[in-house]
Design a protein around this ligand. Structure first.
Ligand code: NAD
Length: 174
């Protein structure tokens, strides 16, 4: 019987950036398979959450392929938020393959999984001041260099869905 060790990373990934890629690569050095939960899957078309869950799945799939990470090594699962934090872990368990480890730098995510008796690891941050969704979205709106913060395939996806125009439109005042 083959037993695969699995780890879970949950993130809004608005959008996927090079920090997410680095952390996924480092998780795959510790476990056989990584489950990537696309958090707040119900949200899109706002300045903080501009991209749909489907668009974020596309960004991840193409960025992992660009980085030669085999599709047999990961699962990408959109996860909607739930109103009650106390049942969020059960909600995630219902949607994902079984996992042993959880990786997160988000204190609320860490807390909820610690209380559910999971092994929680805080992965090291890579250049967090620039590799952050907030910074990518800020640069898109300011017409500064955002492209260097994301994998090339994510640039292609954002161009395909006219993501720059979407963000700029959403930022207009009524
Ligand atoms: P995020 O995309 O900002 O980050 C996800 C993870 O990626 C981080 O925890 C960190 O480990 C890693 N990361 C990010 N930048 C990195 C960098 N530069 N270098 C290395 N690693 C980096 O997402 P987030 O905001 O933490 O997402 C949490 C999700 O969980 C949200 O969607 C939130 O709504 C959801 N959530 C929901 C509930 C609920 O529904 N009740 C409760 C808790 C959390």
């Amino acid at each position: 019987m083959v037993i695969n060790l699995r780890g879970l990373l949950v993130g809004r990934m608005q959008p996927v950036h090079k920090g997410h890629l680095q952390v996924i690569k480092s998780i795959l050095k510790e476990v056989d398979e990584v489950i990537i939960g696309v958090g707040s899957a119900q949200l899109s078309h706002t300045l903080k959450d501009p991209f749909t869950a489907g668009e974020r799945v596309m960004m991840l799939t193409k960025a992992l392929s660009e980085n030669s990470i085999s599709a047999s090594k990961y699962y990408i699962i959109p996860i909607q938020d739930v109103a009650c934090n106390s049942i969020w872990v059960a909600h995630i368990k219902m949607l994902t393959p079984p996992f042993e480890y959880i990786y997160s730098g988000n204190p609320l995510v860490q807390r909820l999984f610690v209380e559910a008796a999971y092994k929680v690891t805080e992965p090291p941050l890579f250049n967090r001041e620039i590799y952050s969704g907030t910074e990518v979205r800020r640069r898109i709106l300011k017409e500064e260099d955002w492209e260097s913060l994301v994998p090339n395939s994510v640039i292609d996806v954002i161009n395909e869905i006219q993501g720059v125009a979407r963000l700029k439109h959403l930022s207009k005042k009524e």
